[in-house]
Design a protein around this ligand. Structure first.
Ligand SMILES: NC(=O)c1ccc[n+]([C@@H]2O[C@H](COP(=O)([O-])OP(=O)(O)OC[C@H]3O[C@@H](n4cnc5c(N)ncnc54)[C@H](OP(=O)(O)O)[C@@H]3O)[C@@H](O)[C@H]2O)c1
Length: 255
């Protein structure tokens, strides 16, 4: 019972692992005992995160570049992890992007780019890692949704909201298909989190106040706030939980 959150000996892949949230999750999984494979398109960035995980946790970490929109690139990542470790226990899909446009002017080429990464990329990664987990009869998948997956938002976010709504339903549909195989599929749904892409909000006192006051707990989220949910969903502590999104949002979606 006391070891139910331990990830010792588990092999975890974190896509988007050098991003604001992905890096915190990759480090958190490593500190809780997992061997982490950090992935994104930028080899230099993932090498740096892998080195930091090893330094902070004492656990081995590996960096393998991958473009989640390409099945060939994903196959290469999965093959390399299988070759090195023989298994994949945890997949965290922390990659993602946003492209904001007024809905009347939304270029469909940008809409497609957004769906390519957030929706197609999530499915490609789930499908590839899920096949390995099917062979093992074991594994756990965690997608990154958003409060914007269940709450609309202004400010040019129609495309982003649509992709995150899709991530919510990919999570539920795969959870149902794969429940008999012992593969839980869940998601984390953050509200605004301060990352390099959103730092300008934290640095502007007026904007920071506006965003913080919309959150019942009165502050903006930090990447570290997401770690507990990820460790829980990756570990045996959540063994009977599937198809759920855990909103780590300071109470925002309780409204
Ligand atoms: N920050 C927030 O306020 C917030 C709130 C709710 C939900 N989320 C969600 O949480 C996740 C992480 O967000 P974040 O703020 O940490 O974003 P971020 O800092 O921009 O990181 C995104 C990561 O995705 C990777 N990526 C982008 N396109 C990729 C592709 N085609 N193939 C592989 N990797 C790709 C990027 O690396 P490369 O460019 O090197 O490939 C980067 O590591 C996203 O799904 C986001 O929608 C964020």
């Amino acid at each position: 019972m006391k070891d139910m959150f331990k990830l010792d000996g588990k092999i975890a892949i974190v896509t988007g692992g050098a991003g604001g949230i992905g890096k915190a999750l990759a480090l958190g999984l490593g500190i809780h005992g997992a061997t982490v494979v950090v992935s994104s398109r930028n080899q230099g960035a993932i090498d740096a995160v892998a080195a930091e995980i090893t330094q902070e946790s004492g656990n081995e970490a590996m960096a393998v570049s991958c473009d989640v929109t390409s099945e060939d690139s994903m196959k290469d990542l999965i093959d390399r992890v299988k070759e090195k470790y023989g298994r994949i226990d945890i997949l965290v899909n922390a990659m993602g992007m946003n492209i904001k446009h007024d809905a009347f002017e939304y270029p469909i080429s940008d809409w497609e780019k957004l769906f390519d990464v957030n929706v197609k990329g999530s499915m490609i990664a789930c499908k590839a890692a899920g096949r390995v987990m099917r062979e093992q009869n074991y594994g756990s998948i965690i997608n990154l949704s958003s409060v914007r997956g269940i709450r609309g938002y202004t400010g040019g976010n129609s495309g982003y909201c649509a992709t995150k709504g899709a991530v919510e339903l990919i999570t539920k549909a795969l959870a149902l298909e794969w429940a008999p195989l012992g593969i839980p599929v869940n998601a984390i749904g953050p509200a605004l989190v301060i990352t390099p892409g959103t730092r300008h909000i934290a640095e502007d006192p007026e904007l920071a106040k506006k965003y913080a006051s919309a959150v019942p707990m009165g502050r903006i989220g930090l990447p570290e706030d997401m770690v507990g949910a990820c460790v829980y969903l990756a570990s045996e502590a959540s063994g009977f939980v599937s198809g759920q999104t855990l909103y780590v949002d300071g109470g925002l979606t309780a409204q």
